[in-house]
Design a protein around this ligand. Structure first.
Ligand SMILES: [Fe+2]
Length: 265
């Protein structure tokens, strides 16, 4: 079996699932998190970087996929990512969304009073293993992939049934003492369905990218709290940023199809 080691990233938490002979990196963090991962592997775990046999990028955002290119290039770590990850930032408007998301990453760091770090990364992710619903992670078949669209069209979370552990990526966030959906919830209906889908899972250990690791006694209550928050909509402070999250070609298609469906009904 494995032990989980949290790595305090720039604006998110990463997790190392440390097995006897290999390590799984759960989410690839920001580009500037790579030295943090190297440091934890060397000093805390006393393991070479070559033991990281897989890095997962749960979705395309800078704090989840930004470290992957460097990990792949510098340490030859294979990367697993949702099969449609590169659709989100495709084309000119996708490129614009990519720039905006990097700027929002810097803005989050600034509001938290963190010093500036370089988080720029290429919008097109080179990855080795495409992931889809129900897949097992290559080399770590005890981890199951669950598709959870809503934040983006392609988010995935990871579930380890044997230890009742869920890595919730940007699907479940903890802010203060409450659980919240991410910003943005791009596709509300899909986000609700994704959260509902997780309800039946037996979860005792919740690993969050924003909120850290948590022991959980009543996971369905978290699901209910999340659904309530999604229905409430954005808090006033975030509303003004909503328009900045509509440039992905996937979202343009999504809005177009919704308009057409409305017209037809
Ligand atoms: Fe995200």
């Amino acid at each position: 079996m494995f032990t989980i080691h949290a790595v305090d990233g720039y604006i998110e938490t990463l997790y190392l699932a440390v097995y006897e002979d290999r390590v799984l990196l759960i989410d690839s963090g920001c580009r500037s998190d790579v030295p943090r991962i190297e440091e934890v592997m060397k000093r805390r775990l006393n393991r070479p970087m070559s033991q990281i046999a897989l890095a997962v990028a749960s979705h395309t955002h800078p704090d989840h996929a930004g470290g992957a290119p460097t990990l792949r290039k510098r340490h030859a770590i294979p990367v697993a990512a949702p099969k449609d990850i590169n659709q989100w930032y495709a084309g000119f408007s996708g490129g614009l969304q990519h720039k905006i998301d990097i700027m929002l990453g810097h803005f989050v760091a600034w509001t938290l009073k963190y010093p500036f770090e370089m988080i720029y990364y290429k919008k097109h992710l080179l990855y080795d293993h495409p992931l889809k619903e129900g897949d097992r992670l290559p080399g770590f078949e005890d981890w199951q992939v669950i598709e959870t669209p809503g934040h983006t069209s392609h988010d995935v979370v990871l579930y380890h049934a044997e230890t009742q552990t869920l890595y919730a990526a940007d699907v479940i966030l903890k802010v203060g003492s409450g659980y919240r959906p991410p910003f943005p919830v791009s596709m509300k209906k899909e986000m609700r369905e994704s959260i509902e889908k997780l309800r039946h899972l037996d979860v005792k250990h919740l690993l969050m990218a924003h909120g850290g690791p948590q022991q959980v006694t009543d996971f369905p209550a978290i699901v209910d709290a999340m659904l309530k928050e999604i229905d409430k909509g954005l808090p006033p402070g975030l509303k003004r940023f909503r328009k900045l999250e509509r440039f992905s070609p996937v979202m343009k298609r999504y809005y177009r199809e919704r308009r057409q469906a409305k017209k037809a009904s």
